[in-house]
Design a protein around this ligand. Sequence first.
Ligand SMILES: [Fe+2]
Ligand SMILES: [Fe+2]
Length: 443
Amino acid sequence: MSANIEIAFKDLLNCLQALKMYGGVHPMFTRSLDSAYTAFKDVLSMRQEVVIGIIGEELAFEKEILFDLGKFLRPSILYLKERNIERLAFFFGLSKEELGIFINFISRPKEDFKGDPQEMLRLTGVEHINIGKLKVDDRMQEGDRGAANIDLYVSSVDKVSQALSGVLNSEKIDHLALRFSLNNIMENLSTQRNELLKLATLKRYDVQTYTHMLNVSIFSMYFASRLGFDKNDVLNIGVAAMFHDIGKLSISRKILQKPGKLTEQEFGSVKSHTILGAEIMLQYVDSLGILPVVVSFEHHLKYDASGYPRLPNLRKQHIASSIVSICDVYDALSQRRSYKQDYAPDLVYNIMNSTDGVSFDPQLLDKFFKFVGLWPVGSVVALNDASIALVRDENESDIRRPKVEVVSPVEKRRSIDLAQDNSLSIERFLNPWKEGKEFLHLA
Ligand SMILES: [Fe+2]
Ligand SMILES: [Fe+2]
């Protein structure tokens, strides 16, 4: 399907070129309009609508980002963005006339596109095409990176909650906007990974299911990209991670947050979130692909094939599920919840490594901690000389000895690479809710 969309979109842009070079009555234009129209008609004979999004500098169609096409068409993408067009929807019933008017419309100089392009397009009488912006603001380009990252994180939490409640109410979800958010995060993970991971590891936000879903998604995308998956796979894993616990949202909160031990019946109900989630996500296979179904279903299966749901035949987890299950447990243990204490990072590390070969693939778990470190970036720690330091960067060669910045006492302030200085070591983690609180603003 995406190949047909590519053809239709390329034809559309060729047609725009022909119009600009030869004018609207030249045979070059009418011929290319014919072929663009045929391509769209073909695509729309199989579906009610086709939505193409511009995400960063790439083109996206449903669950795929057409990265290569994006490269090829970059000048045209820029051209559309300059006209406030990041999203194009073509509907069944589109006529050749409308397509022609639309192409004429977008050939206008960018100065004409000051207002809402959809409003302007409507005035031309075109009914079967919608255009506009993706609704997430991209303040990421300018200003203070830290603030921009927080904006990105908060607006992503928004996007996530909208997508999740949409799914719960069986509404159509704006998967392009969701992908746009996640793609923004993914792009920034390569250059701003410490900032973003810090947001996920620092306990700055109220912990609720939505934040958990977003954190697991951020960790999973980071982990998958460090493992070498390509951009599209990373994004698909991020989307699947986002919905891994969707089944939980239909289970009673009372049970989910019960501080004491669960009865067998209650535990049975908690376990059912895997199957419930897979059933919900089955309704979104067309737009989000099959991975969210697989990951919802499998994320509590263990490496040794135990776990739940109980299956008649032993089944190895899909790699996406293995990635998500590590990030899921990591986030659940690290975050403070109403019904449990948060754990220090070294305790999280020990707990996760204590079930050697049972819960997680040991090699994969090893890599995970290599990438996120034992003491996450932004942690407040006490060193063995009684000074207080902030973790600034990981050392993959020794996860126990990151790069730190001593912040107290003031006269000892300096940056130290603990991998290079054996006289110093981290003694303990300072809880950011308690004794670490006063240093948190420096992180
Ligand atoms: Fe779960
Ligand atoms: Fe979870």
